[in-house]
Each structure stands twice: as structure tokens, then as C-alpha cells.
Design a binder for this molecule. Structure first.
Ligand SMILES: [Zn+2]
Length: 252
């Protein structure tokens, strides 16, 4: 599952290969095939990650938006190299001089005109802690305008803060010692500061985590096991449609 850190890592790799270069983009999904002619030998001016979203800006004034959701992923091949994944699962190919960057299985792939994008629902993300333009003030004001909302729900609302998925929200709240069921209006300033600290730290730790090494989680999927901090049994429950985990003793 792609949370913000993985999206940023993919983006860095795509940037190194294709940003500023002339590329040909081939869309393999039926409803976008009409664009293929328009994407012949265009410059990929910029690619950026915003939360869990990829944004590609091309010299033909089009913006391509990608969201991997649960199953999508990117593969990087040398030109002419045999793929280890089936063509039938490919949604988009970015042909570069020496490389092919292939998007597989992603459920969201959209093409926008620049102006059309500005008013689209894809342009309504809250601040992203992995971007240099992250604003703590904006994040807190987004939070505090939902005083009755539970914090565990707020952290996965992409219009409040972008890039945090289920696992990150669980681990951030555990580290900040805040219970996911706590209402936003009941969290004091000291706790909010702590929350912001972990919101900045954990995604960044994930981003720099050595690739290929399996990440260890503190309480994610540890229901029924002792809390690593206080030994109390970790509980789990459904919140905002996803299973979440918490220590009922040290998360207040
Ligand atoms: Zn505990």
C-alpha cells in the first residue's frame, strides 16, 4: 500500500530518469488512448509527489495525475528489456531515451488541462509533511476546524493532511501518545505539538528507510500483544473504515 513516503520515493526515482527530458507517453487505458498523439515527444517539465498523489507536468500543458491506491505500482526498465509483469496490467508507459517507466494496476490515472486541474477535486489536498511547503499552521487550522472529529479519522483525511495512510496514522498516534478516539477539541496544545513532531518525523524516517529492508512496526497488526511501552494489551477497532490499533493505557 502506498502511503506518502513511498510515493515520494518513486517520485525521486522518476525525477532522476525523466524530469526535464523529452519523453513519449503511451496511455493503455481505453478512455485515455485519444491523448496518445498529444504526448509524442513532450518534455516532462516536472514531476512531484503531493501526499499519495503523483503530478506530472508536461510541455503540452497537460497534467497527469496518478494515484496507486492499494494495488498500483511503478516498474523501471531499460529500453528493450523484457518486462517481468504482464502488459495487460500496464496503464501508462513513459518512454525515455534509455528507459521505460511503467505504471501498473493504478486505479486513478487522469489527464487535465492546467486550468481544469486547479478547480478539480484532485487539487484539494491538505499540507504534506514530506514537502518543503508543509505548513504547521495550515495543518492545525484544518484540524481545529473539525473539533468534533476523532483524531484517528482526521489523520487519514487527505484534505486535512496529505500522505498519511492507515499504518502511519496508527504509529504516529502511538508515538504521540494520543488515543485515536480522542476528539480534536480535547487535545491540548502540548499534545498537538507532539503530534506535529511525529507527523514530520515518521514519514521522513520511512522515506529514508533502506529499500529492501522490511519495516518494523510498533503496534500495527499487534492486537492482543503487549504494548512495547507499558505492557498493556494492544486493542484494535474499526475507525473511518479501516482497522486501527492503540494502547488503551498510554495513549490518552
Ligand atoms: Zn502502552
Amino acid at each position: 500500500m502506498a502511503e506518502g513516503p513511498l510515493v515520494h520515493r518513486y517520485t525521486e526515482r522518476i525525477k532522476r530518469i525523466a524530469q526535464g527530458k523529452k519523453v513519449t507517453v503511451k496511455f493503455l487505458v481505453k478512455k485515455l488512448k485519444g491523448y496518445n498523439e498529444n504526448f509524442h515527444q513532450v518534455v516532462l517539465i516536472r514531476v512531484e509527489a503531493f501526499g499519495k498523489q503523483f503530478r506530472f507536468y508536461f510541455s503540452n500543458k497537460k497534467i497527469v495525475i496518478v494515484h496507486l491506491m492499494m494495488w498500483g505500482y511503478w516498474k523501471f526498465y531499460k529500453r528493450g528489456e523484457n518486462w517481468d509483469k504482464p502488459l495487460s496490467k500496464a496503464k501508462m508507459i513513459i518512454h525515455c531515451e534509455d528507459n521505460e517507466i511503467v505504471l501498473f494496476s493504478a486505479p486513478v490515472l487522469k489527464v487535465f488541462d492546467e486550468e481544469e486541474f486547479i478547480t478539480s477535486k484532485y487539487n484539494t489536498l491538505g499540507p504534506d509533511p514530506l514537502r518543503p511547503d508543509f505548513s504547521k499552521e495550515k495543518f492545525l487550522s484544518n484540524l481545529l476546524s473539525n473539533p468534533e472529529m476523532e483524531i484517528g479519522e482526521a489523520l487519514i483525511r487527505q484534505d486535512i493532511i496529505a500522505g498519511i495512510g492507515n499504518i502511519l496514522r496508527i504509529e504516529i498516534l502511538f508515538n504521540a501518545k494520543i488515543h485515536p478516539r480522542r476528539k480534536i477539541k480535547d487535545i491540548d496544545d502540548r499534545k498537538l505539538d507532539k503530534l506535529v513532531y511525529w507527523i514530520l518525523k515518521l514519514p521522513s524516517d520511512w522515506f529514508f528507510y533502506p529499500s529492501g529492508r522490511k519495516k518494523k512496526f510498533q503496534i500495527y497488526r499487534k492486537a492482543g500483544r503487549p504494548c512495547p511501552r507499558c505492557g498493556t494489551t494492544i486493542e484494535f477497532f474499526r475507525q473511518a473504515g479501516r482497522i486501527t490499533y492503540a494502547c488503551p493505557q498510554c495513549q490518552k
